[in-house]
Design a protein around this ligand. Structure first.
Ligand SMILES: Cc1cc2nc3c(=O)[nH]c(=O)nc-3n(C[C@H](O)[C@H](O)[C@H](O)COP(=O)(O)OP(=O)(O)OC[C@H]3O[C@@H](n4cnc5c(N)ncnc54)[C@H](O)[C@@H]3O)c2cc1C
Length: 389
């Protein structure tokens, strides 16, 4: 609980101390939370409170908002550690440390006071609400609003929304009735307790257990125009603009962290398990698998850090590199977790073996911030121009 006392920005010694503390937290208390989450199939509210009190939800945000203002590339070193933990813990840390960035660029002073700063301080929860069951993610979206005076009336559906049942506000993307493409899109902070809004918790998912995901339906739900971030027509800019590139890079680093955990488990098992009179770690076949994994992880880490540095410098190719790093890291994670499970033999397929959970959680990373097809579309567009999505 000492983090709150630290002053931002952190000097190198404090940062290294924070890293050691997070590594110890991930290996200790977070493992106990992980076991409880898997058992109870829900994230206890006390876990949110613990992460908030430790300062882990305000690592990246500016000091003026109550954050620790850790530079992005250094923050990635921390998200790598958190990603070695349960996917629901990583999800909370990643989302809360990132959502303020989407809102802040477009927020008025009043909106910063009402939404951005309380979110950084962990006083309110915001759920990023873009995906729809009946449309593609992005310019295809169908949720729509009709404006009457100072109020929008929101209609439509969303699904797969992380924290969608427990949040205070949905950061929701819709379009003005009758518009198409990116034109007329709006970003709204919609109060979860709004009338004419139905919230249903989705069935259990393959991985990221314990995190709630919502299916939402709106039938002329009133939303104050004052809750709109940016102008009419800027909705997708809020959702995908300056926010998406760092968020993709952070997801890519999450893949590196989770792969590192899989490798750690595989090495521990290879040291322990004996077959035909020898430890697995002495078998060349197993040693080669572990060597390939280590190489794969390091290569992905370096591409992620390269993309992060380019983004920090404001380079034009940062968006393409963020997609490259996500694509590379998620493919790496698939290979590494497959081999790590293989090293465990059949027992790795069973609970409560940690590799069983890591393997399931790894699959979820393919969807976050866009599938491989979407990353390839972004890369190809940067290379060749045009838009043949
Ligand atoms: C654990 C989890 C948490 C999530 N949390 C959130 C959240 O908090 N907020 C939120 O808004 N969303 C969330 N999502 C949704 C996630 O962002 C989407 O699942 C992802 O972007 C893919 O979109 P989709 O599910 O609509 O797939 P679809 O768009 O239906 O795609 C289906 C398949 O078709 C391919 N495809 C689709 N369009 C194209 C195209 N133009 N060209 C080529 N191939 C294409 C896709 O790559 C995919 O393989 C979450 C998903 C998961 C699994």
């Amino acid at each position: 609980m000492r983090q709150l006392e630290r002053k931002a920005p952190l000097d190198e010694t404090s940062f290294e101390e924070l890293k050691r503390e997070i590594a110890a937290y991930v290996a200790g208390p977070a493992e106990e939370w992980a076991a409880r989450i898997e058992r109870e199939r829900r994230v206890p509210p006390e876990l949110w409170e613990e992460l908030r009190a430790r300062g882990y939800l305000s690592l990246a945000a500016p000091a003026g908002y109550g954050g620790h203002e850790i530079p992005f590339t250094r923050y990635l070193e921390l998200i790598e550690l958190f990603s070695m933990s349960h996917a629901s813990i990583r999800m909370i840390v990643h989302v809360v440390n990132g959502t303020w960035r989407a809102m802040d660029r477009f927020a008025t002073e009043e909106q910063r006071r009402r939404f951005v700063i309380p979110s950084v301080r962990g006083e309110i929860k915001i759920a990023f609400t873009l995906t729809e069951p009946t449309a593609g993610t992005g310019a295809d979206l169908r949720c729509s609003v009709a404006r009457e005076g100072d109020t929008y009336y929101l209609s439509g559906e969303k699904h797969l929304i992380t924290f969608g049942t427990i949040c205070d506000y949905w950061l929701l993307f819709a379009r003005l009735e009758g518009t198409r493409g990116a034109d007329g899109t709006v970003a709204l902070l919609v109060d979860r307790r709004s009338p004419q809004a139905s919230v249903v918790e989705m069935d259990e998912s393959m991985g990221v257990r314990g995190t709630d995901h919502a299916r939402l339906s709106f039938k002329r739900t009133p939303v104050p125009v004052a809750n709109r971030l940016g102008g009419e027509g800027q909705g997708l800019e809020v959702a995908l603009g300056g926010f998406l590139t760092p968020s993709r890079i952070s997801v890519a680093m999450s893949c590196v962290g989770l792969a590192r955990r899989a490798q750690e488990l595989a090495i521990a098992y290879a040291r322990k398990r004996e077959t035909f009179g020898k430890k697995l770690e002495q078998r060349q076949a197993i040693r080669f698998m572990l060597a390939e994994n280590a190489t794969d992880i390091e290569a992905a880490r370096q591409l992620v850090l390269h993309a992060a540095r380019r983004w920090e410098h404001g380079d034009a190719d940062a968006a393409m590199l963020s997609s490259m790093s996500k694509l590379q890291a998620v493919e790496m994670l698939t290979r590494v977790t497959d081999k790590a499970l293989g090293v465990h033999g059949g027992i790795g397929f069973w609970q409560p073996n940690a590799i069983e959970r890591v393997y399931r959680d790894a699959r979820a990373q393919r969807f976050e911030e866009g599938t491989n097809e979407i990353q390839k579309t972004v890369i190809a567009r940067a290379l060749l121009g045009g838009n043949t999505g």
